[in-house]
Design a protein around this ligand. Structure first.
Ligand code: SAH
Length: 248
């Protein structure tokens, strides 16, 4: 769809230009004329970052750059394409949602990720949050409990060229022992307690961002900082996430 827009807009501009231009000697329009193209999603994405994210005090330049770069419309189902850059979550199938852009930006900023950090996400969903993380650092691991979502996210991330995200379908309550410890862990589904395996897999000095609270009601977004044996938690704000379900 992303490239379809380019083609459509390019074709319209091309047709206009062609009407008053000499017929080119070479056969293809695209190679013979330098046609300026407008990416309509680019405009929507810039607005999203300016109005929903910068305006609400997200200031980390790497987070803003990632939100400006990742084509969110590629991560939503076709029927929601026109709403891809709006200020709310959207259904992605299997009863799950892609988070509101602002929440993705806040969670990413809170995790204080720098290049070289190893980051774990629990709840891959569409793969959008994983793509944002992969622009900021180079080692992203993501666990999704619903195999169909894990599969489509893997295909999507590969197609879009986010090669540094490693996915698996499993119960993320248990983290991903094989690649632990992590500098940061982002949990994008709500649990009624902080899973102890995730605390164990956090590096000394690591950060975990996790919504905690009752299912089907508002939860609290926590930042958990690990300092040796000490765990410091900060209450960030009220949020509403789908539940962290448990594997059998
Ligand atoms: N981060 C996602 C949106 C998350 S929605 C995105 O950017 O699109 C929450 C996701 O968590 C859902 O896909 C849901 O299936 C998944 N989930 C729920 N419980 C889980 C668990 N125990 N382990 C891994 N994933 C889980």
């Amino acid at each position: 769809m992303f490239s379809l827009w380019r083609i459509l807009v390019g074709a319209v501009l091309g047709a206009t230009l062609l009407a008053c231009a000499p017929i080119p000697a070479t056969p293809t329009l695209a190679t013979s004329l330098s046609i300026p193209t407008v990416d309509l999603f680019d405009v929507s994405r810039k607005h999203m970052v300016a109005e929903q994210i910068r305006e609400r005090q997200v200031i980390d330049s790497e987070v803003l750059r990632a939100m400006e770069t990742v084509p969110r419309h590629e991560f939503v189902p076709r029927e929601y394409l026109a709403q891809a850059y709006e200020d709310h979550p959207l259904p992605i199938g299997n009863g799950q949602t892609i988070s509101q852009p602002y929440i993705v930006a806040v969670m990413t900023e809170l995790a204080q990720i720098k290049r070289g950090d190893r980051v774990l996400e629990i709840g891959t969903g569409s793969g959008y949050q994983a793509a944002i993380l992969s622009v900021i650092t180079d080692q992203v691991y993501s666990v999704e409990i619903i195999p169909a979502l894990a599969e489509s996210a893997a295909e999507r991330l590969k197609r879009l060229g986010y090669a540094n995200v490693v996915l698996k379908s499993a119960d993320g309550y248990n983290g991903w022992e094989e690649f632990a410890p992590f500098d940061a862990i982002l949990v994008t589904a709500a649990a009624d307690h902080i899973p102890p395996p995730l605390i164990a897999q956090l590096k000394d000095g690591g950060r975990m961002i996790i919504p905690v609270g009752p299912v089907g009601s508002f939860q609290t977004l926590w930042r958990v900082n690990k300092h040796g044996d000490k765990i410091v938690t900060e209450n960030i704000m009220g949020v509403l996430f789908v539940p962290l379900t448990r594997g059998k």
